[in-house]
Design a protein. Structure first.
Length: 524
């Protein structure tokens, strides 16, 4: 069974690789300490002369602030180019080896054709397609002939699922993902909402009452289905629903290796506000009802709630879970992207700093609203990006003339958030057991700013809290200045941590006019 409470007992394992700073896990909160005239700590039940007591609080951070960094827009990566694409978006992007792979939702124009629409059997909600595209660089995408579906006599399409391929339920709000521990014929999985008959729902509620959304009375025709594929192209739908729940925006499901289970993030509702909900299951074909995981930030306006969640993990760091929730402004009928983070894929907190992406200027593809999608991939030019779909109209505006397209929200590699020191700042890490002997920093300083790092290791008679036992300073780094994605910490001519043995280490940082975005552990 995977540990349910990571980060509970120090020292904390820190794997080799890059670790973005998205929360305060690498910042020790410090310890209050009161000492007497002799400089020795006084226990809080000891008798002491108040006039002789002074504070020597240890490693309490000061002058730093966690702050999300604004994103930049990339060029467009997905537009409507095929005759079956009247409107598209909501992609999931996976980088598999050297290939970028995309699955996106397309709504066809025949829904508005008065001669064809009545005979389709699906409306726009259920009659969409899952289409496939691929790219060598993440920007130039090709839509190959997948050989799965013919469109109005045209055999060469990139349609891989939906309509007849999905069967009577149709498809809505799907999540495609790669399951690394599945057998070969089920390596790719799709989780989606589909239509259900009243009889099926009645029987399901009788057999599985604990897995039926109470809101089904308002929407008595929908539940969730799954499909599997060996290659992401040829899909086999599972005939039975896996849970009766209402979530009509992009759902995100992935396999969590640490928890040894699948985790699903969906839309939730609480007191008539949209929220993000979460469910977990070791069986992909049977799910419990989701529970609330994240609600609107407390400093947001009263008419704001949440749409899509855009949940990902940072590439190469499965312990850093990130969401790019879409904040919905009901007063203006528009949206923006924010950032939330979790260290365990269970408990979530917002990253301070406000939205990272707002709608574009009038006349641009995303001037009306934008929605976070699934995927966080490394891109050329030392960039990292997550896809989002933008519309040129407000969200609830009549959509017959809606224009949509997809781009990336991008940052410098590893720079989605950071610890900012406008002036002088300092902090110490908790006890860490680094799986490597070298540390590189992702950092940016002002011309007159700098970063310095001091390493401490356990000495004789150590205790579990820095500042309350024998923690010995073993080295101070040279000053780091400038803009670096991965500058080695130099310990007076050596890049190897100056430790006497492999064991726990505390790093003390001093920053002046600098932002620390993350660090990399190397040199195993």
């Amino acid at each position: 069974m995977a540990e349910l409470l990571p980060g509970r007992v120090p020292p904390f394992d820190v794997a080799a690789g890059y670790h973005p700073i998205m929360d305060y896990r690498f910042v020790s909160a410090g310890q209050p300490r009161w000492v007497g005239a002799d400089g020795k700590p006084i226990h809080y039940w000891e008798t002491a002369d108040p006039d002789q007591i002074r504070a020597e609080h240890a490693n309490v951070p000061r002058g730093i602030e966690l702050r999300a960094q604004p994103a930049e827009r990339s060029e467009l990566i997905l537009t409507c180019t095929e005759p079956w694409e009247y409107n598209n978006g909501g992609p999931a992007i996976i980088r598999e080896g050297g290939l970028y792979r995309m699955w996106y939702h397309a709504i066809a124009p025949d829904h508005w054709d008065p001669e064809i629409a009545p005979s389709l059997g699906w409306g726009p909600d259920w009659g969409g397609f899952v289409c496939y595209a691929e790219s060598d660089d993440g920007f130039e995408w090709r839509k190959p002939d997948c050989g799965q579906y013919a469109w109005q006599g045209q055999d060469a399409t990139n349609i891989v699922f939906g309509r007849e391929l999905a069967g009577e339920p149709g498809i809505h709000g799907e999540s495609v993902f790669l399951d690394p521990q599945a057998p070969a014929h089920e390596r790719f999985k799709c989780f989606y909402m589909g239509r259900l008959s009243k009889d099926v729902i009645t029987q399901w509620a009788r057999e599985h009452p604990e897995r039926v959304d109470p809101w089904i009375a308002e929407h008595p025709d929908r539940g969730f289905f799954v499909a599997t594929s060996p290659d992401g192209i040829r899909w086999t739908p599972h005939p039975e629903p896996v849970v009766i729940f209402i979530s009509d925006t992009m759902n995100v499901v992935d396999w969590n290796a640490e928890r040894e289970s699948y985790v699903w993030y969906s839309r939730g509702w609480s007191w008539d506000r949209r929220t993000i909900a979460r469910a977990e299951s070791r069986d992909f074909f049977a799910w419990p009802l989701p529970e609330q995981a994240l609600t609107t930030p407390p400093d947001d306006l009263a008419f704001t709630d949440i749409y899509t969640n855009g949940k990902v993990t940072y590439p190469g760091d499965p312990s850093t879970h990130i969401m790019f929730p879409t904040l919905y402004d009901r007063a203006l009928d528009t949206t923006s992207l924010a950032v939330a983070t979790s260290s365990d894929d269970v408990v979530w907190n917002w990253v301070p700093g406000g939205p990272v992406l707002e709608p574009g200027a009038e006349g641009t593809f995303d001037s009306g609203c934008l929605f976070g999608c699934k995927g966080l991939v490394e891109l050329a030019g030392d960039r990292i990006g997550t896809p989002y779909t933008g519309n040129d109209l407000p969200h609830k505006y009549p959509r017959q003339n809606l224009q949509s397209a997809t781009a990336y929200a991008t940052w410098g590699r590893g720079r989605i958030a950071g610890l900012v020191a406008e002036g002088d700042g300092e902090f110490a890490t908790p006890q860490m057991l680094l799986q490597g002997r070298e540390v590189r920093l992702n950092v940016k300083t002002a011309a007159d700013g700098e970063v310095r790092v001091t390493a401490l290791e356990r000495g004789p008679g150590w205790t579990s809290r820095p500042g309350h036992g024998a923690w010995i300073e073993v080295g101070e780094s040279r000053s780091i200045q400038g803009d670096h994605l991965g500058v080695p910490v130099d310990w007076n001519g050596s890049q190897s941590l100056p430790l006497s043995r492999h064991g726990p280490v505390v790093l003390q940082f001093k920053l002046r006019k600098a932002t620390l975005f993350g660090f990399e552990v190397t040199g195993i």
